[in-house]
Design a protein around this ligand. Structure first.
Ligand code: SF4
Length: 303
């Protein structure tokens, strides 16, 4: 049971405790004596301020003790401990929760959890690891897949039939673009749509000030699948969202029909003035100098 009152001899051994703290700490970083706490009978911990810049609020804790009926105080341990106002690192967070968009660099690998909620099994060729029971296949296709499996002969891979042969489930799924082991789940679609809506949606300042929406813009490239009802890809190189998925309710000043360039004005047709005679050279001067020209009153074609 702990004693509330520190042992007198142990409490007086401040110099012993300070010397131990100074031996463990960097020179000049042990500050004022803060407190002496009784850890038990004849066991006292002395606390000293830590002056290390990176350890604000931490304290050097040096524990001293003495044996029963002994007057000699000895050193137990010295350690740096956080005080009530210590600057502490945040709780450890797994890397998967610390990861932020844009953190990945060239050559980085980002593993995806087997139970990633953003993904769900897609139609596959029955490769190991894909949950065949949960694979969403059309009625009748599962029976075909079972029949394929039944045809597999025991033996080395060399004698196995080619599972990607024309007409097989795998080949058909590949042709239809459904050969991926996993595809986006409904949840994955929803959070992607929320992200895109936030970045390039109708509530953004750009969309609010736009003369028209993307849905009527000629630069919008439609998406495939269910997301095409709400999103497309902007292909206006001068727009703020070129190459990005934009909500159909988004918009910008680069809308193809918002400000059509006026056609250049056509010049007026030439006016023929028949009331004056223009001098016209009749023959070149052989000397290369001046030319003889028809003067006023001469008719053209007469020498
Ligand atoms: S140019 Fe502007 S309005 Fe047109 S699709 Fe791109 S973001 Fe939408």
């Amino acid at each position: 049971m702990r004693s509330r009152t520190p042992d007198r001899l142990c409490a007086e051994a401040i110099d012993l405790a300070r010397a131990a703290a100074e031996e463990a700490a960097a020179p000049g970083t042990v500050g004022e004596h803060v407190d002496a706490v009784a850890d038990g009978d004849r066991v006292v911990t002395h606390l000293f301020e830590c002056k290390e810049p990176g350890y604000r609020g931490w304290r050097w804790a040096v524990t001293v003790a003495r044996a029963s009926r002994a007057k000699h105080v000895t050193l137990d341990e010295s350690v740096l401990l956080p005080g009530p106002d210590a600057l502490l690192a945040p709780e450890w967070v797994p890397w998967s929760e610390r990861l932020r968009p844009g953190d990945m660099g060239p050559g980085d690998l980002l593993p995806t959890e087997a139970e990633d909620l953003r993904l769900e099994p897609g139609i596959s060729d029955g490769a190991e690891g894909v949950a065949a029971d949960s694979t969403p296949v059309a009625p009748g296709v599962a029976e075909l897949a079972d029949a394929e499996d039944a045809d597999v002969e025991p033996g080395s891979p060399a004698v196995q039939p080619d599972t990607t042969a024309r007409g097989s489930i795998a080949a058909t799924a590949d042709e239809l673009g459904m050969g991926r082991p996993r595809v986006l789940s409904r949840y994955g679609l929803h959070i992607a749509a929320d992200r895109w809506e936030e970045a390039y949606g109708p509530k953004t300042a750009m969309a609010q000030a736009a003369p028209a929406n993307c849905v009527s813009c000629g630069f919008l490239v439609p998406l495939a699948g269910s997301l095409r009802q709400a999103f497309g890809i902007c292909a206006n190189e001068f727009g703020p969202a070129d190459g990005h998925v934009v909500s159909l309710g988004y918009g910008c000043g680069g809308h193809s029909e918002a400000a059509v360039m006026p056609k250049p004005p056509r010049p007026a047709p030439p006016v023929i003035d028949e009331t004056v005679v223009d001098p016209l050279p009749l023959r070149p001067d052989p000397a290369g100098g001046s030319v003889e020209a028809a003067g006023p009153g001469e008719e053209f074609g007469h020498s």
